[in-house]
Design a protein around this ligand. Structure first.
Ligand code: ADP
Ligand code: GLC
Length: 482
C-alpha cells in the first residue's frame, strides 16, 4: 500500500469550476479501492467549509506571518480523508477559487497558492502531520506547481508526480513576486521557475516532478508541438522520457442515467425510449417548442475560446435554418455570454442559453440532448463528451486531445463494425462544424442506425478502474527508481 498525498485546488462536491474537480473528487476513491492510502489536500474556501460536517483541527502553523490551520474532514459521499488548508486571510472571501465575482484573478493568487504549496511540502517532509508521511506526492495543475520544485531541494523526499490538466493555465507572475515569496535562489533559472523573465508556477511541476502526466494520451503528444505547447514544448521535449498520458475516468455513480438523482425519468440502453421524455420535459422547462422528434443539441461548458465558441457563434445563422434546437449552459468570458444571450433573444424557438453554474441542469441537458457540442480548439481530456456518451447523447467533436481518444466518427465503415459513437469534425471551421451537424441530422432521421450509435456510446467503459491502475504502476515505477 502506497501513501499518496493528492494535491488539488478543487474537488467535487466541495468546490468545482471545471473537470479538475471531477477528477480530484473521484480518482482518490478509485485509488483507494485499489489499496492505496490517499489523502486529499485542498484550500479551505468558504464554499468548502459550508459543505463539510464533521471536522477537526489537526495542526497549526504559519507562513509569511499568516496563520494556517489544517482541518481534517472527509470527502462527502466517500471515506477519503481531506486536509483543508485554512488560512482565512487568503481563502475566506466571497467569489471563486481563482477570481473575484467580476472574473478578475485575485491579486494575491501567487501568495495564496504558495502557502498552499508550502503546506504540502511540509506534510511531504513529515514536518506537519507527524503520523503520516506520503510515499508519493501527486500534484495537479499550476496551483500545486511549486511543490515538486521545493521538494527537489531535499535529499530525503517522497516521489513526485505532476499532472497537467490544462497547459493553457500556467500561474505566471512577475519576478518581484519570486523575491517577495522568498523562494530559493537556486530555483531561478531557465530550467527552473524562470519563464521569459517571469515566475512560472507550472514550470515547478514540469521541470522538477519525477513523472509528468497529462489526462489523455493524445494530449501528451500534442504538447510536444509548438502549436499546443505554449512555449513549454522545448522543456517538455527534454522531459519526454518522463511524460505520459493517462485518460481520465468518470464517476460512474454520479454520472449514470439509470440512477441519476437529478432525473425524474431514468433510463439505460434497454429503455432508451425514456430518454426522449427527458427531452420533452426540458423543452417545457425552457419554453422551447415541445417536440420529441426535433434533434436537440446540448452544451455544458466554461464559455472560453478553448471550447470552440468562435466557430459555434459563426455557425449559428446557418444552424438555425436546420430543424434543430440548441441548449447551452455555461459561464465564462463576458463577450461570449453576451453574444450567446443576444442570439437566444433573436431565436427563442431554437436556442436557450442559461448563464450560470447549475449542476442539476447540467445532468438534465445530458439526458435530454441527442447530440453534444464540443468543437474544442484543444482538449486535454474533456469529461463532458464522456458523460454524453454514457447518456446516449452523441458528441460532435474536433479530433484533439481526449476527444480524439474517446470519440469514434460515425463513418460508414465504423457504423458497419459497430465502433461509431459520435461525430468528428475534420477541421476547426464553421463550414466543417455545420457539415458535421448536417451529417448527424441525416443519421438522426434514421432511427435504427441512431439507436445503434447510442448503444455503442453507452456501452463504452470509462470507469476509473483501468486508469487508476495505470497511476499506481507509475507510482510503483518511481518508487522503485527512487
Ligand atoms: P473543463 O475542465 O475544461 O472545463 P471538462 O469537460 O473536463 O472541461 O469538465 C467540465 C466539467 O464542468 C463537467 O463536469 C461539466 O459538466 C462541468 N460544467 C462546466 N460548466 C458548467 C456549468 N455552467 N454548470 C454546471 N456544470 C458545468
Ligand atoms: C481541464 C481540461 C479538460 C480536462 C479536465 C480534467 O480543465 O480543460 O480537458 O478534462 O481538466 O482533467
Amino acid at each position: 500500500m502506497n501513501k499518496i498525498l493528492y494535491i488539488s485546488s478543487e474537488a467535487f462536491p466541495l468546490i468545482k469550476t471545471g473537470g479538475l474537480a471531477d477528477v480530484a473528487g473521484s480518482l482518490p476513491t478509485a485509488l483507494t479501492k485499489q489499496s492505496q492510502d490517499v489523502r486529499l489536500l485542498l484550500p479551505a474556501y468558504p464554499e468548502v467549509l459550508s459543505k463539510i460536517r464533521k471536522n477537526k483541527k489537526v495542526s497549526t502553523t504559519s507562513y509569511y506571518n499568516l496563520s494556517v490551520e489544517i482541518i481534517e474532514t472527509r470527502l462527502p459521499g466517500s471515506n477519503i480523508i481531506v486536509w483543508l488548508v485554512d488560512c482565512p486571510a487568503l481563502f475566506n472571501r466571497p467569489g471563486g477559487p481563482y477570481t473575484d465575482k467580476h472574473g478578475q484573478a485575485w491579486h494575491d493568487n501567487a501568495l495564496r497558492f504558495a502557502v498552499f504549496c508550502h503546506v504540502a511540502v511540509d506534510i511531504a517532509l513529515n514536518k506537519l502531520l507527524s503520523n503520516w508521511q506520503p510515499d508519493v506526492v501527486h500534484c495537479n495543475d499550476w496551483q500545486a506547481g511549486l511543490v515538486p520544485a521545493l521538494l527537489s531541494l531535499h535529499r530525503k523526499r517522497p516521489a513526485t508526480v505532476f499532472t497537467i490538466h490544462n497547459l493553457a493555465y500556467q500561474g505566471i507572475f512577475d519576478q518581484q513576486t519570486f523575491v517577495d515569496l522568498h523562494l530559493p535562489e537556486e530555483l531561478w533559472h531557465i530550467n527552473g521557475l524562470e519563464f521569459y523573465g517571469q515566475l512560472s508556477f507550472i514550470k515547478g511541476g514540469l521541470a522538477y516532478a519525477d513523472k509528468i502526466t497529462t489526462v489523455s494520451p493524445s494530449y501528451a503528444r500534442e504538447i510536444l508541438q509548438p502549436e499546443f505547447g505554449y512555449s513549454l514544448d522545448g522543456l517538455l521535449n527534454s522531459r519526454s522520457k518522463h511524460l505520459s498520458g493517462i485518460l481520465n475516468g468518470i464517476d460512474e455513480k454520479h454520472w449514470n442515467p439509470g440512477t441519476d438523482k437529478y432525473l425524474e425519468h431514468k433510463y439505460n440502453r434497454r429503455s432508451l425510449n425514456k430518454k426522449s421524455i427527458n427531452k420533452t420535459e426540458l423543452q417545457q422547462q425552457l419554453s422551447l417548442p415541445v417536440d420529441a422528434s426535433t434533434m436537440m443539441i446540448g452544451m455544458v461548458s466554461r464559455l472560453v475560446q478553448q471550447k470552440g465558441l468562435d466557430i459555434i457563434l459563426q455557425s449559428l445563422a446557418t444552424l438555425f435554418t436546420l430543424p434543430v434546437q440548441l441548449v447551452i449552459l455555461g459561464t465564462g468570458e463576458t463577450h461570449y455570454e453576451l453574444q450567446l444571450s443576444e442570439w437566444a433573444q433573436r431565436q427563442p424557438d431554437q436556442l436557450k442559453v442559461v448563464i450560470g453554474y447549475n449542476e442539476p441542469l447540467a445532468h438534465r441537458i445530458e439526458a435530454a440532448s441527442d447530440v453534444y457540442l464540443m468543437p474544442s480548439t484543444f482538449e486535454p481530456c474533456g469529461l463532458n463528451q464522456l458523460y454524453s456518451l454514457r447518456y446516449g447523447n452523441l458528441p460532435v467533436v474536433t479530433p484533439v486531445g481526449g476527444l480524439a481518444d474517446t470519440v469514434t466518427d460515425a463513418s460508414e465503415e465504423n457504423i458497419k463494425n459497430d465502433t461509431a459513437n459520435g461525430f468528428v469534425i475534420n477541421e476547426q471551421s464553421p463550414a466543417a462544424l455545420l457539415s458535421t451537424i448536417q451529417r448527424a441530422l441525416t443519421l438522426y432521421q434514421q432511427p435504427e442506425i441512431w439507436r445503434q450509435l447510442q448503444i455503442n456510446a453507452m456501452s463504452a467503459d470509462f470507469s476509473w478502474q483501468a486508469s487508476a491502475r495505470r497511476y499506481i504502476s507509475l507510482y510503483q515505477q518511481i518508487l522503485e527508481a527512487h
